[in-house]
Design a protein around this ligand. Structure first.
Ligand SMILES: Nc1nc2c(c(=O)[nH]1)N[C@H]1C(S)=C(S)[C@@H](COP(=O)(O)O)O[C@H]1N2
Ligand SMILES: [Mo]
Length: 429
């Protein structure tokens, strides 16, 4: 697990800032005023020579002309912002690494921090030797090279991807936003509409499902309803402008916006058009949910509306009473986020947060609420509503309907507890 640094540690100056505002001061007045008197103690890593009114050392000689890297990396001062990868990973073939949601701003996940979930590791695929086979209930079976795929008209769209075990209902729930819902990321994806590719082969009568297979050692296989394949499904080869990362399915993956992560088959090698689903391992023994009456809830495609406050969140600390912006992310597999309510009094009352544009369908949406923390213990939480009117439930509400055997598809509201000293912890743990 990543240790989430004190949120204010990065800017040592923050501890010396005077938080002048009460919440009312947001209208027109100063929100946060810097201490110009300069009388406060220096932080551990600070030298007075580098602080105003002096000229800092990095202004006195030119820097490296190019940063010397043919492919850029973050500042060395950001080395703590990394994927959250379990320490005992090597023991398991089935593995996942989580996005450090609490350290990110905006809605796009940098490609190097995109979550990853593999059932048999990451294959190294030479795109020149990769083929996509399309067969089954089609007029003509086709085999595409990557060059063939790239000759189709392209499109780019921003969508989230989320694993349906994010988190499971099993305790312990973890400490940070990443522990809880870090199997979630959002990127700009470029590829070709699956509908176009299917039309190229010609669908036959009775085509109801498309069975997708990955070229990893898991041969991961999922059945996709034809309606989704003819709607917004994409065959994707790029992510945030560059080719897919190996972890995300290089050179080709299926993207089913809003559908559970597992169905978005990576390293895609085969599409078989069929009349029936294939009932693969991943849609029978896994990724189905056992209901209290013993029946299994299967083919649960869409990820339901969800949100979480990422700042402040578990593992962080509020350095001082005064102004703090509450910020987080909301998303829904069913479309756009309509609104996010935030409570700062343990669910007694709720305020409408501001949604940051753009608000896109099946994408992360950033929300914010200005908050004056009075230094007293508090419980803060967010609750998303999507464009269908569906409202994110509490954990108790979900458990009451789904029972204790349920594993996947936990979209509960997640409260954070803030102690008098400013420490933020998981209030449901
Ligand atoms: N071929 C293949 N596709 C796969 C997987 C896999 O192991 N093999 N994992 C699935 C699961 S469970 C999830 S949540 C997503 C994860 O996608 P990511 O690693 O790009 O985040 O890919 C899905 N597609
Ligand atoms: Mo997953």
């Amino acid at each position: 697990m990543t240790d989430s640094a004190d949120i204010d540690e990065n800017t040592a100056a923050t501890s010396r800032r005077r938080f002048l505002c009460k919440s009312g001061a947001l209208v027109g007045g100063a929100v946060i005023a810097g201490g110009l008197a300069g009388s406060e103690a220096l932080g551990a890593s600070e030298s007075a020579d580098n602080l105003p009114p002096n000229v800092p050392e990095w202004m006195k000689t030119p820097g490296d002309p190019m940063g010397s890297q043919p492919y850029g990396t973050p500042s060395p001062f950001e080395k703590g912002v990394i994927k959250n990868i379990p320490k005992n990973l090597s023991q398991y073939l089935s593995a996942s690494g989580r996005t450090p949601l609490q350290d990110l701003d905006g809605i796009i996940t940098p490609s190097g921090l995109f979550y990853e979930r593999h059932h048999a590791g990451v294959p190294t695929i030479d795109p020149a030797q990769h083929r996509l086979m399309l067969h089954g209930l089609v007029d003509k079976s086709l085999i595409f090279t990557m060059d063939d795929i790239r000759r189709f008209p392209s499109e780019s769209r921003i969508h989230f991807l989320e694993c349906s075990g994010n988190p499971s209902y099993k305790k312990p729930y973890g400490k940070t936003a990443s522990d809880l819902v870090g199997l979630l990321s959002c990127a700009e994806w470029t590829g070709v509409s699956l509908k176009l590719v299917l039309q190229e082969a010609g669908l036959q009568a009775g085509a109801k499902w498309v069975v997708a297979e990955g070229a990893d050692a898991a041969g991961l296989t999922r059945s996709i309803p034809i309606e989704k394949c003819l709607d917004d499904a994409m065959l994707v080869y790029s992510q945030n402008g560059e080719r897919l990362r190996p972890q995300q399915g290089y050179p080709l993956r299926l993207l089913l916006p809003g559908f559970e992560g597992n169905m978005n088959v990576k390293w895609l090698r085969r599409l078989r058009v069929a009349a029936e689903p294939t009932y693969s391992r991943e849609e029978t023994s896994k990724y189905t949910d056992l209901m209290p009456d013993g029946s299994a809830r299967d083919f649960t495609f869409y990820m339901e509306a969800k949100s979480i406050i990422t700042r402040p969140s578990g593992g962080q600390r509020l350095s001082t009473p005064g102004f703090h912006e509450i910020s987080g992310i909301a998303w829904s597999g069913h479309g756009k986020i309509r609104g996010v309510d935030v409570s700062v009094d343990d669910g007694k009352s709720w305020q409408e947060a501001q949604l940051q544009e753009p608000v896109l369908t099946r994408a992360l949406t950033r929300f914010r609420l200005p908050w004056h923390w009075d230094g007293q213990p508090a419980v803060i939480q967010s609750r998303a509503t999507d464009e269908t009117g569906y409202v994110q439930p509490t954990l108790a509400e979900l458990l009451a309907v789904r029972g204790e055997n349920y594993y996947y598809h936990n979209n509960a509201i997640w409260p954070w507890r803030i102690a008098a000293g400013g420490e933020v912890t998981n209030a449901n743990a």
